[in-house]
Design a protein around this ligand. Sequence first.
Ligand code: SF4
Ligand code: SF4
Length: 107
Amino acid sequence: MSDANEKSKGYKPSKDVKGYQDLPPMTMTIESSLAVHTGPWRTLRPVIDAEKCNLCFLCWRCCPEPCIVIKSMDELPVVDLDYCKGCGICANECPKKAITLVMEEND
Ligand code: SF4
Ligand code: SF4
């Protein structure tokens, strides 16, 4: 077992954590999400099908970044790929199944 896994074993948040030094190893950012372009992490890219989309904007509401942009109430939402990390929550929550995740091309 790695040191990181060993350190996480038996971890009880409320009892053991007195400061960040006590947290198990994890990925974190030290700047705001706007300063950290999360787009390069992405392996999957959401693509919105204009034929299926009913402009309900639930995807905008569900995106955790948030990086789905509403330009107007009668236009297709736009994904800001500088910040989209390809988590797929938007695709999962879209009631019309209008969002498909496609593999990013490797440059
Ligand atoms: S959730 Fe789906 S149907 Fe609704 S606006 Fe987004 S893409 Fe369109
Ligand atoms: S894939 Fe994730 S980060 Fe990207 S637009 Fe959808 S919900 Fe937002």
